[in-house]
Write a protein that binds this ligand. Sequence first.
Ligand code: AMP
Ligand code: GLY
Length: 420
Amino acid sequence: MKILVVGNGAREHALVWKVAQSKLSSQIYCAPGNSIIARTARCIDISPTSISELIKFAKSEKIDLTIVGPEAPLTEGIVDEFEKNGLKIFGPNLMASMLEGSKIFCKNLLRKYLIPTAPYKVCYKLDSALQFLQNSIYPLVVKADGLCQGKGTFVCHSKEEAEKCVIDLMEKKIFGDAGNQILLEDYLDGKEVSIIGITDGDTVAIFEPARDYKRIYDGDRGPNTGGMGGFSPVPYVTASDYNYISTHIFAMLVHALAKEQRNYRGILYAGIMLTSGGPKVIEFNVRFGDPEAQVLLPRLKSDIVELILLTLDGQLQNSQIEWSDQKSVATVIASGGYPGKYETGSKIQDLGQLMTSKDTNIFAGGVTARDGEFYTSGGRVLTVQALGQTFEEAKSKVYEVIKKINFRNSYFRKDIASGI
Ligand code: AMP
Ligand code: GLY
């Protein structure tokens, strides 16, 4: 099959890497991909949200299956448009993708169908938001309604901090229209876990748990990022938590969406807080996580293309998803300054040589090549991932490789998979 992966980050690199192992794939394309993905896939210079250009390409190249990595094209209706043109594509449609496109939509749906999540207030006006903060209990979580690349959520420890965030979002519009409406949400105390599942709209299969490190600094301090590293499996997720998440969160949500005429087909990702009152939803995303994909896909023994085709045929109940028992650890190397301002164009020393290492994977996000050399071109530059019999072994493989990767102002967390 000719398979097109849409996106250009380390997550899409991991997807391309996994698709390349499928016995069903003959030729892989990536739009737009990046200079490292180009070693495995034919990279096509079309942006993930240039939907009509992607359709033109998929038709002319006779692509058999398109897999969408990031949320932006999904929330802009790429699946609906491809399907209208008779093209096979994997991901939720526009109506279902609103789950991630609007945090307010998601929270209202969770509340309507009694799916456990933190209590919240929706604010459409700056005045009412500031008023609500006067008598709130802190910490309190402030969230922009729309897409902000994982940076639109603020855990605020005081009224003053929350006021600043609300003003930044609603008045200064630091995330543009994404902050026109906001959520003010109770703080949930507990341990976090990412659960990613796949559904054909009826059957739901959840994957092995993964942990993502959202904050920029060691010890989970500093602002939220898209994700700075992770590991899988997650020993603190009990069998009873896992079953509850499967039945009371995933299955209930998929059936709720179907009832609302928003039939969901694709990857579904829940950020979950394991609280003393049981697992609660922090948010839903309509795609694989980044770096959760880089952490999980190397543990997936099943053929991902086969799994996707079964899902598209509504036959997920006939699938057997198999996982390696090995432990997986991944650490992101970012450009210094991320998630704020950062510079690009720094030369990455020796990357070409390291890419050939057998024990670890280096998944590339913000990397570009020029005259045979590699340069940074984004905030999260590389994800280094390894498997091991123990977390310690996987972790030491990751940090061994990271030691050898040098570029100006590089930054990574040193505590990924510590103290598990
Ligand atoms: P979100 O943008 O909703 O994925 O949130 C990003 C991160 O903020 C989450 O992964 C949590 O670490 C934190 N967070 C979000 N909502 C809450 C909450 N209600 N209570 C505690 N932490 C939260
Ligand atoms: N790692 C979090 C996300 O992909 O949203």
